[in-house]
Design a protein around this ligand. Structure first.
Ligand SMILES: Cc1cc2nc3c(=O)[nH]c(=O)nc-3n(C[C@H](O)[C@H](O)[C@H](O)COP(=O)(O)O)c2cc1C
Length: 241
């Protein structure tokens, strides 16, 4: 592992080749649950049949971290147009990307158990992020953004955003080790991930806002999450106006 210049937003670097190495070591669709690989069983299991490898994330040379912190602001209006897949991938990588050969990820996790799952809701698709190999499993489905808006008590920003990153969780992954602290740890981890995503959005010159005021059951139903998986936080994101 090599260090970048201090202050760069991408501090921990694993050469992009790592994604390929890890992808090679993982099953076709990364089925089943593993800390490094995530699970394709979320949001409908077999419905997520199409697995797409995302463009390699940028891990160097971005906006300096101190500048991104200074410039980050909640923004609730968006310009026209969908985000390119590479940009979506960069946001997902900032949240849960694999950044070490042992499977550790961009955001810290209690005991390295990784209870969080990331989804992206676009105008026409729901994508489930598979950290190992930097891939997404894709389900074609329109109208999920408006369902999420309803679950977010009608907040316009959720329905208007070209993309909504859904931070979901499987708290059960933490229960055996952490018992009654599991739910609190999930919330703490979601905060880490959301901030990474928001800083990446700032560094990528995007508009984004964290949305925590949601009906969790309604949001889980909107995305089609399986039992035991819940929605913690949303990050509507898109081009700046
Ligand atoms: C836990 C949490 C929940 C939030 N929920 C919402 C929300 O439901 N809707 C919204 O528009 N903004 C939400 N926000 C964004 C805050 O309104 C925003 O961070 C605050 O006004 C400070 O502005 P700034 O983010 O530009 O610094 C939330 C922020 C946090 C930390």
């Amino acid at each position: 592992m090599r260090r970048l210049r201090p202050g760069a937003i991408s501090v921990v670097v694993v050469a992009s080749a790592l994604a390929g190495v890890l992808a090679g070591g993982c099953g076709e669709a990364g089925r089943g649950t593993s800390p490094a690989g995530g699970s394709t069983s979320g949001a409908g299991g077999q419905a997520f049949g199409r697995v797409v490898t995302l463009p390699s994330p940028t891990t160097a040379g971005g906006m300096p971290l101190d500048q991104a912190i200074a410039e980050r602001r909640s923004q609730r209006t968006f310009g026209a147009g969908d985000l390119p897949l590479a940009t979506i991938g960069q946001l997902l990588w900032a949240g849960q990307g694999v950044t070490a050969a042992d499977g550790k990820r961009a955001a810290p996790s209690a005991g390295g158990l990784y209870p969080l799952e990331l989804y992206v809701v676009t105008a026409t698709q729901v994508m489930h992020y598979l950290p190992a190999g930097h891939r997404v499993a894709v389900r074609d489905q329109a109208g999920v953004g408006r369902l999420l808006q309803a679950a977010a008590h009608g907040q316009q920003v959720v329905g208007d955003a070209p993309d909504v990153i859904v931070i979901a969780a499987v708290p059960g992954r933490l229960r055996q080790r952490y018992g009654g602290q599991a739910d609190r740890f999930v919330d703490l981890e979601a905060g880490h991930v959301a901030e990474n995503v928001l800083l990446q959005a700032t560094a990528s010159q995007l508009a984004a806002v964290p949305v925590g005021s949601i009906d969790q059951a309604g949001a889980a139903a909107a995305v089609g999450l399986p039992a035991g998986e819940t929605v913690v936080y949303l990050v509507p994101v898109g081009p700046r106006p």
